[in-house]
Design a protein around this ligand. Structure first.
Ligand SMILES: *Cc1c(COP(=O)(O)O)cnc(C)c1O
Length: 375
């Protein structure tokens, strides 16, 4: 999709907010504990390379991504730090990952066997660095028994030219829940597995944002820091207390491109689902569901000149209409996410209205919306 640089709709990313969140986290980690910034899905929509640059300045020593292409994007942008791919990759890409010093998540021994086959075909080259994923209750990927784990570590030990045991980790499914019953069960399962290792690898890690914010005694020597780095509370509203103020980095702004006086009885947008009860001013905003601004947001609101203005009628693919308190000049700023005067709309507010989580809203803005970096 082309980037809409000639349209006034943009995501504004505040680097200072990113810096504040990441620095605050780095400064509370125990000595010897590192932070890898999670920049999967284009840095949760904020721009992967831009976020990585700020994260590095703020004290991150590496990065996590979801897929190999995201790791290659960072390498192409000149980052030399460790990068861990959190998802399952294709074993045929093992030589590529090894050559690029990209670490692979491994969840099964047959993956190692297949990767070793491809790595053995090389005439020379460094071993592939692997992090063994343990499934302690997330139920997504990973080894689940000490026997499975031992088979994997033995295989790596027997194939040192191809494979290096660089890390071991697990992922918690309820670290953002005020009820820590299930969390504790996962911690116990983690120890049942990890404590059987004859030798600990370089990186031992369990913490996403929620774990590091609220269960930092579990951190070990690496934190995989995502949502909170972007200033988003990983629990939504569930646990409002955080060790430091989280500053949201993402705002979404546009402008009124057209205004009109609607007569009582006249309707707006597809399906004519909204009809004015009285004469009123209406503005058109150039954003729609093709930008990731969901159609379900009909009835939600934006800020115009510090006023809360309702989105009336259906959100179209590229445009939508809002009810104004009075007429405004074309070019008046519209805030869809962020602060205007003493009013604020957060990604959490948008997510609540759409019955989802801020993670989905943030990474749902499409590439048509330009990212503009400030501070
Ligand atoms: C996405 C992800 C993270 C980051 O989670 P946040 O809640 O955004 O901090 C950490 N670890 C794994 C395995 C992930 O998939």
């Amino acid at each position: 999709m082309v980037v809409g640089v000639h349209r006034p709709t943009q995501l504004v990313i505040d680097r200072q907010a990113l810096r504040h969140n990441i620095q605050s986290e780095v400064s509370r980690l125990k000595a010897g504990c590192e932070l890898f910034m999670v920049v999967k899905a284009n840095g949760y929509g904020h721009g992967a390379a831009q976020v990585a640059r700020v994260a590095k300045e703020a004290g991150a020593s590496g990065f996590c991504v979801a897929i190999l292409d995201e790791a290659l994007e960072l390498r192409a942008a000149g980052f030399n730090e460790p990068i861990l791919v959190l998802g399952v990759t294709n074993p045929a890409d093992a030589p590529l990952m090894a050559a690029q010093h990209i670490s692979a998540t491994v969840a099964a021994t047959d993956w190692l066997e297949e990767a070793e086959h491809y790595l053995a075909l090389r005439s020379a080259g460094e071993p592939l660095r692997v992090h063994l994923g343990l499934d302690t209750g997330m139920g997504r990927i990973g080894f689940r028994t000490p026997a499975e784990l031992k088979t994997a570590t033995d295989f790596i030990g027997d194939h040192a030219a191809a494979l290096t045991f660089e890390g071991i980790f697990t992922h918690f499914s309820t670290a953002d829940d005020p009820d820590d019953t299930y969390f504790k069960g996962q911690v116990a399962k983690w120890h049942e597995l990890v404590d059987t290792l004859a030798q600990r690898p370089r990186y031992v890690h369990v913490s996403n944002s929620a774990t590091s914010l609220w269960h930092d005694e579990c951190n070990d020597n690496l934190v995989r820091f995502g949502a909170a780095g972007y200033g988003l509370n990983p629990s939504g509203w569930a646990i409002p207390q955080t060790p430091y103020q989280l500053e949201p980095a993402m705002s979404l702004t546009s402008e009124l491109v057209y205004t009109k006086r609607l007569q009582a009885g006249q309707s707006v947008s597809y399906g004519a689902t909204y009809t004015a009860q009285q004469d009123e001013w209406v503005g058109t905003v150039p954003i729609g569901y093709a930008d990731g601004y969901e159609r379900r947001l009909q009835g939600f609101h934006v800020l115009v000149d510090g006023h809360v203005c309702e989105i009336i009628g259906r959100v179209c693919m590229d445009q939508m209409m809002v009810r104004l308190p009075h007429d405004y000049p074309r070019g008046t700023r519209v805030t869809l996410v962020g602060q205007d005067g003493d009013q604020q709309i957060t990604l959490q507010d948008v997510a609540d209205y759409c019955d989802t989580i801020h993670y989905e809203v943030a990474c749902g803005f499409t590439s048509r919306v330009p990212r503009h970096y400030i501070n």
